[in-house]
Write a protein that binds this ligand. Structure first.
Ligand code: GDP
Length: 194
């Protein structure tokens, strides 16, 4: 059985997190929960790096389109007016494009975070995707109020401060994509590892 303390997740501080000066605050919240930063770097991503990071499969892209349409419905906005279509498989690629443009708009900070249930605990610390729904005490709930209703109107991605992997498998895939092989470190945290 794998060592539970060695679960790893991949985190990227997005352009809004960097530009709001939240790099230290975000790392602090992981470390105070006894999670360990085992790799860390600021970088400017290329279009191709981002294009290969976000899923390209039709299912994921259509899901983005469906989520967008449900926001339009909920708030009584006219999707036809903004997108010229009501088909989720045509709206999805547009949102994916906004996301790539947003992610290229400032340097990012990438890191590998390790510890017990790192994937789930980091997502809990981050809060849900939509900041306006996030509880106070989460990163997204404390530092953003963005909503898809506003972001879609402004034709941009929802600015939600950080990206974090959804599953341990996705985490390993993303760590390999952004860090390659062997660029993480190990050390013993006082009070955690000894
Ligand atoms: P995550 O895993 O919490 O980042 O969420 P997703 O994988 O579902 O979406 C990827 C990113 O796309 C999100 O973090 C947002 O930045 C953006 N996004 C997701 N849904 C929408 C939407 O309905 N409208 C807009 N404008 N952006 C969205």
């Amino acid at each position: 059985m794998k060592d539970p303390k060695k679960e790893r997740t991949y985190v990227m501080i997005k352009p809004d997190g960097v530009r709001k000066g939240l790099i230290g605050e975000i790392i602090k919240r992981f470390e105070q929960r006894d999670l360990k930063i085992v790799a860390l770097e600021m970088f400017q991503p290329s279009h191709d790096d981002l294009h290969n990071h976000y899923p390209k499969d039709e299912e994921w892209i259509t899901r983005l389109g469906k989520k967008t349409l449900s926001t339009y419905e909920k708030y009584g906005y006219d999707a036809m007016l903004d997108f010229g279509t009501l088909e989720p498989e045509k709206i999805g690629p547009e949102i994916r494009k906004w996301l790539l443009d947003f992610m290229k708009s400032a340097p990012l900070v990438k890191m590998v975070v390790q510890g017990t249930h790192a994937v789930d605990v980091v997502r809990k610390i981050a809060g849900p995707t939509m900041p306006y729904l996030a509880e106070m005490g989460t990163i997204r709930g404390d530092f953003s109020i963005d909503s898809p209703a506003l972001a879609n109107k402004e034709k941009r991605a929802v600015a939600n401060i950080i990206h974090c992997s959804e599953t341990p498998e996705e985490a390993e895939h993303e760590i390999k994509h952004w860090f390659g092989d062997g660029e993480t470190y190990d050390y013993k945290r006082y009070g955690v590892d000894e």
